[in-house]
Write a protein that binds this ligand. Structure first.
Ligand code: PEP
Length: 249
């Protein structure tokens, strides 16, 4: 039985005070979180340390990104060992905003996965096709290509990988993949993982992301291969995010 995960990606939103308030609102409701759901939030780098210091036994604070390099003259970058040094042990990588807006290639993302695993960190590894790729019926091919970044992970470390399927056409657009479209792609991803990690693929959590809201979360999360969600916009409102967490229970 895979334990569901609901992760909130705050992206580049909110002042320091907004972020503390949001985190504290979530903490004040954490006793209402279902026992069988893991909750994560990914605030901007700048706030990670203070949110960790506030702490929560039910909400894991994770990073939105990390550098593909280990250290050195890389102005503005944050390395995995820096994250580790403040007790962060999980990061999102390969988000479509990093792939598309910042031009991160499959090999950049593969390097980030390697960096994270070298520090024994968990990885929320995002994949997703663009609208034209779905319209031209290339979505399975595109996702399979993106999965290359995790096909070479040492099997002993594969349990550190969480996959997030986030169709780009559904991110921040209000348009959600139908539960059937999500299930079809999640089952495809799991079948591809099974070819490489026969023993681990059935344990891998595959999250759905793309306009998850309180009113569509339960149906998406009820699909056989949907193990929770990666939530953007709706994670910025404590009441909505809590409803989504409860929908996963
Ligand atoms: C995301 O960017 O990870 C995301 C899923 O955003 P939204 O929920 O706003 O579509």
């Amino acid at each position: 039985m895979r334990k569901k995960i609901v992760a909130g990606n705050w992206k580049m939103n909110g002042t320091y005070t907004d972020s503390l308030n949001l985190f504290n609102s979530l903490r004040s409701s954490e006793n209402e979180f279902p026992q069988n759901v893991e909750v994560m939030v990914a605030p901007p780098y700048l706030y990670l340390h203070d949110l960790l210091k506030i702490g929560s036994s039910k909400i894991k604070v994770i990073s939105q990104n990390c550098s593909s390099k280990s250290k050195g003259a890389f102005t503005g970058e944050i390395s995995v060992s820096m994250l580790r040094s403040i007790s962060i042990d999980c990061s999102i990588v390969g988000h479509s905003e990093r792939r598309i807006i910042y031009g991160e290639s499959i090999s950049d993302i593969s390097e980030k996965v390697k960096q994270l695993l070298s520090e024994n960190m968990q990885v929320v590894f995002c994949v997703g096709e663009q609208l034209e790729e779905r319209k031209s019926d290339n979505h399975f091919k595109v996702i399979n290509e993106q999965l290359i970044s995790i096909y070479s992970v040492d099997p002993s470390l594969f349990s550190k990988i969480i996959v997030a399927y986030e169709p780009v056409w559904a991110i921040g657009t209000g348009e959600t993949a139908s539960p059937e479209q999500a299930q079809e792609m999640h089952a495809f991803i799991r079948s591809k993982l099974r070819e490489v990690y026969a023993n681990a693929a059935d344990q891998t959590r595959i999250l759905y992301g793309g306009s998850v809201k309180p009113d569509n979360a339960a149906e998406l999360f009820s699909q056989a291969d949907v193990d929770g969600g990666l939530v953007g916009g709706a994670a910025l409102q404590a009441t909505d995010f809590i409803k989504i967490i409860q929908a996963a229970g």
